[in-house]
Design a binder for this molecule. Sequence first.
Ligand SMILES: [Cu+2]
Length: 491
Amino acid sequence: MTMDRRRLLQAGVMVLSAAVPKSVRAQSSANPSVAPQGAADHTIRISNGLVELAPDRIISTTTYNGQFPGPLLRFKEGQQAVVDIHNDTDTPEQLHWHGQTVPVDVDGASEEGTPFIPAHGTRRISFTPGPAGLRFYHTHLTPGSDLSGGQYGGQVGTVYIEPKNDPGRHDREVFLMLKEFQPALSRGGDMAMGFLAQAEHVKALEEAGESAMRASLAKGMPHGFEVGYNSFSINGRMLGHGEPVRVKAGERVLFHIVNGSATEIRSLALPGHSFEVVALDGNPVPTPRPVPVLWLGTAERISAVVEMNHPGVWVMGDLADDDRTKGMGIVIEYAGKTGKPKWTKPAPYKWDYTLFEKFGANGPAPDETIEMMFTKNNAANQGFNEWRINDVAFSMDKMEPMFHLRQGKRYRLRMSNASDDIHPVHLHRHSFELTRIAGKPTAGVIKDVVMLGGYQEMEVDFVADNPGRTLFHCHQQLHMDFGFMALFDYA
Ligand SMILES: [Cu+2]
């Protein structure tokens, strides 16, 4: 670890404790619903706040500690932590520890049985953070058609769990949170497509999906609603309105990037530079490799080292011109360089998870394979697309587990996507290994969200090692809220 990096860590800790107002500590010790075991390691307060995306774009939304993104929470791998969560809003809340292998009581999903943080109430939780690496926290409600709720608002923050041993071949770390604001509904969307390397469609899935869509349109149904946004930001600022990332030639900067979007897939490029991907969803990859462009589905994270070897003032931003010019970018400024930040579009590039795999490896065979078929019922639920797993749309009224696990067994999820949408699917409280993407076997890449391409198949394996109800869902908020969820339980 270099001096620079150590200073940054210390600075990070100071900012965190400074971000917790004194009144919060006073109130929590006076609140009888909080167990009286002394101060928490972190205190989160859910309340309404203002986010200044730009001087002429200040929005009112729900935030953590009155800021966006929420405070960067640092934990130490394996070292128990206490967190107080205060809810100043009128709505019961769930705070989900995305990507962590925590118990149901802590995880933050009512579908699994996590208690709500009551409106105008408090919960104290304690847990052992893990696995190490880049995680995040976010609200886990199902706002449905209410675009002011859930992850459409400002309830997203970064978690970094310090590994016990950090090889750290970099000079310093920079955290980036990608997030859109001011959502609106439209008929039909402009979702990024065609960027996945494994593009082969499965004919049977395509025919099923296309004929269902044709039948729906023939009955006079419109296309289901999609969500678009008017403002885009990195670390809560539109491009050109935040502090630039100031770098020196020759530095190796480790970027920890979180896609905090409710619904969008993001791309990121820095003209003249490449990203050496060292971790996906916080988990070190077997084969770090340089790539010119990063792609992140909703809730995916990438840790990548950039060697600063191309002095200038640059825009690091999304490939979509529309989104970048409306804010999805950040300025990278070399010491001693001035001028207008420059953007150049990179050459076309396909995103391929298997680049980072363990070459030639075969994972162990699963004890059991679980088949999952994803289908879309166009505009079927109040104008929204209804989503089904094995022909069942998740019901908040029933909350019935669909799949049953036995502890210690290795399971393979064989997922088939009979829709033309890309789905960033997520498994709670467990990590999975990618084992087959669009027919191509792979091993060694460990994730908790993965993008499944339109009309494609994918297989992921996980070990049932964390008993209790476990939620599986598409992380696209509209898909999740309108049926794309299922529960696992342990026998
Ligand atoms: Cu989806």
